[in-house]
Design a protein around this ligand. Structure first.
Ligand code: 4AD
Ligand code: MG
Length: 430
């Protein structure tokens, strides 16, 4: 007998098959019993009629409790009312493992309880839909850059120095010296851009953010392209084409999952380049009108970003943030003292910053000065300064946070559901 995946049932109509899976749900009404079985590729209703199935199936049916592992044998039929469109007229039932008291029931559970049971929570329909969408987004990210002549360059996880400020560094012992978990692969991509022109890295990054917010993870995935000879404006053009591609492809390929999450996709349909580009000073004036406490010159908080993004029907760039609120490597605009050639992309519907990037400082003396001003050790960056000593070149890049992007596209209120096993402030279990 052919063992089949639920996703392949469409090719087996009329055939007798054997299905292995976990019990999602069961119900009985007299002479007929129903098992809703999932196998990771889909859900299928299995129907047992007294007299038509083996007698033993009725005897063991009670043991097929929620999340028990079962083997079902029967004939595949098209049935529009079954979740995947197919049903099994079942003959035999084997309860391979009867699960006792599965902790997650269809009733509402608190967040903390679900997070403690994340390893089981993943099995729920909603979490499966989110993980499918995450997978699509990751593939779209790779395809976009691979299709444009970029080379994937893996950045190290252990690093000798800070890229994004010293306050969120994770320190670890590295034999008889110290190392830090990478906050960003950017500095290495700058080196790689001088070797290969158009490069990107894609991996986990770490920030010891001591705050509980709906958009901060301690461990998150970031894709970081870096391109030789691109200026700030080329960088925004690349970023907007990239975000359009990722969003539109996900809308096309994952329409079913987005529907099951009840995501209203009107705002996402609009995610088409070009995106509006707003100077920091202009954005600051918009914020001041609604948040008089805001101080021009400061970085934006989440609510400030929402004030700005609510004025637009698609994501927008804010550029030229004050150099003082950005990292040491940002190029200061020669025509605008104190303003960095930075750009953040703010998503729609209050999702805030999903991309941070800009043009890099390529002048050795200015970069040395910035390293000092930021209280960083020059010796740690000696290799990085070499890129300015030997054929320094204009270049730009950005980083997109995968989890914030998944939260935005799925319409989730918090990043904790966007990654299989989230690391949050105060949580590293399971
Ligand atoms: O703005 P950030 O800090 O920029 C960088 O790290 C640059 N070195 C990137 C570059 O130019 N190559 O981070 C980039 C993005 C943010 O816009 C956000 O989407 C995400 O990374 N991000 C986080 N996501 C989840 N949890 C956190 N704690 C995050 N910190 C940043
Ligand atoms: Mg940022």
């Amino acid at each position: 007998m052919k063992k089949v995946w639920i996703s392949d049932l469409k090719d087996r109509v009329g055939q007798t098959v054997e299905l292995e899976g976990w019990v999602y749900n069961s119900r009985s009404s007299g002479k007929v019993k129903f098992l809703l079985v999932r196998d990771g590729t889909g859900m299928c209703q299995c129907v047992y009629f007294k007299g038509e199935c083996e007698e033993k199936a009725f005897e063991v049916f009670e043991q097929a409790t929620q999340e028990s592992l079962v083997k079902v044998t029967g004939v595949v039929r098209a049935e529009p009312r079954s979740p995947g469109g197919f049903e099994i007229s079942a003959r035999a039932l084997e309860v391979v493992h009867s699960a006792k008291d599965y902790p997650i029931s269809p009733k509402e559970h608190g967040t903390d309880f679900l997070m403690n049971n994340r390893h089981l929570w993943l099995r729920s329909k909603r979490q499966v839909a989110i993980l499918h969408i995450r997978h699509e987004i990751i593939n779209a990210i790779r395809d976009f850059f691979d299709g444009r002549g970029f080379t994937l360059i893996d950045a190290p996880i252990f690093t000798p120095s800070a890229c994004e400020g010293t306050s969120t560094l994770f320190e670890t012992q590295y034999f008889d010296t110290k190392a830090y978990l990478s906050q960003s692969g950017q500095l290495y991509m700058e080196a790689a851009a001088a070797a290969l022109g158009k490069v990107y890295c894609f991996g986990p990054t770490f920030r010891a953010e001591k705050s509980k917010t709906r958009r901060h993870l301690i461990e998150f995935w970031m894709v970081e392209p870096e391109v030789a000879f691109n200026d700030l404006y080329d960088n925004m053009e690349l970023a907007e084409q990239f975000v359009e591609y990722v969003v539109q492809r996900t809308l096309t390929n994952r329409a079913d999952e987005l529907k099951s999450l009840e995501r209203n996709i009107d705002a996402l349909k609009n995610v088409k380049a070009p995106f509006p580009r707003i100077h920091y000073q202009e954005a600051a004036q918009m914020i001041l009108k609604e948040n008089p406490q805001f101080k021009v010159g400061d970085d934006f908080g989440g609510t400030d970003e929402t004030i700005v993004s609510s004025k637009f029907d698609r994501p927008l760039f804010v550029h030229h943030y004050p150099a003082a609120v950005k990292a040491f490597y940002m190029k200061e605009d020669p025509n605008e003292e104190g303003a960095s050639m930075s750009c953040d992309l703010l998503a729609t519907e209050g999702y805030g910053e999903i991309i941070g990037g800009g043009q890099r400082e390529d002048n050795l003396d200015i970069l040395l000065k910035k390293i000092k001003e930021h209280g960083l050790k020059e010796a740690d960056f000696d290799w990085f300064l070499d890129l300015r000593r030997y054929g320094t070149f204009p270049h730009s890049g950005f980083g997109l946070g995968v989890e914030r992007t998944v939260a935005w596209i799925c319409g989730l209120p918090h990043v904790r559901e966007t990654i299989p096993f989230p690391r949050l402030y105060g949580r590293s279990y399971p």
